[in-house]
Design a protein around this ligand. Structure first.
Ligand SMILES: [Zn+2]
Length: 64
């Protein structure tokens, strides 16, 4: 079960292929090559990347 790297919530819904949404902190997550990418949805509907806020290890799936 994945957790949101931003808020540690498990309240995550699938919104598409390799795309997830955290209902707790409202960030969108996408998975590519075993790595999470986080985006925040702005009020105008655009996406801004949150990846810079996290360490590489926080974005690894099933982090070891
Ligand atoms: Zn979250």
């Amino acid at each position: 079960m994945m957790r949101c790297p931003n808020c540690q919530s498990k309240d995550i819904g699938k919104i598409g292929t390799n795309q997830y949404y955290c209902w707790n902190c409202f960030v969108e997550m996408s998975i590519s090559q075993g790595k999470l990418s986080l985006h925040q949805v702005e009020e105008d509907g655009s996406l801004s990347s949150l990846d810079d806020l996290f360490e590489e290890q926080d974005l690894q799936l099933d982090g070891t």
